[in-house]
Design a protein around this ligand. Structure first.
Ligand SMILES: N[C@@H](CCC(=O)N[C@@H](CS)C(=O)NCC(=O)O)C(=O)O
Length: 105
């Protein structure tokens, strides 16, 4: 990981761009500090993004089935109806949200 990544500028150019936050959902856990970091960025950006707590078995199952890892946070991106990209890593999620849903976007 580069210094740039640590500073929050991580790049993930594979993650598909969508036109609305209604196509996004954050899989998270209340006590997870990495999730809190993402949620703070969501608040800062003023975004209204659905959140699913993976303490609920159905949400954990969806995350495992779709993303392949139980790790949170994970941003689910619906790039086509019913088709999802699963973006892990808090800094990548924050960079994605800032890049595509930040001020002036
Ligand atoms: N590098 C990851 C770390 C995320 C992480 O370690 N999350 C913990 C919860 S705080 C986790 O999901 N661990 C696996 C598990 O609970 O099964 C990030 O920044 O998002």
């Amino acid at each position: 990981m580069s210094l740039f990544d640590w500073l929050g500028g991580a790049e993930n150019n594979e993650a598909p761009v969508v036109d609305s936050v209604t196509k996004l959902a954050l899989y998270q856990k209340a006590w997870c500090p990495y999730c809190q970091r993402v949620k703070a960025a969501i608040d800062e950006l003023g975004l209204d993004i659905a959140e699913y707590d993976t303490n609920a078995p159905e949400h954990l199952q969806a995350l495992l089935a779709g993303g392949g890892q139980r790790m949170v946070p994970c941003l689910r991106i619906e790039f086509e109806p019913g088709r999802y990209y699963w973006l892990y890593e808090s800094m990548d999620i924050i960079a994605y949200l800032r890049r595509h849903f930040g001020a002036g976007q």
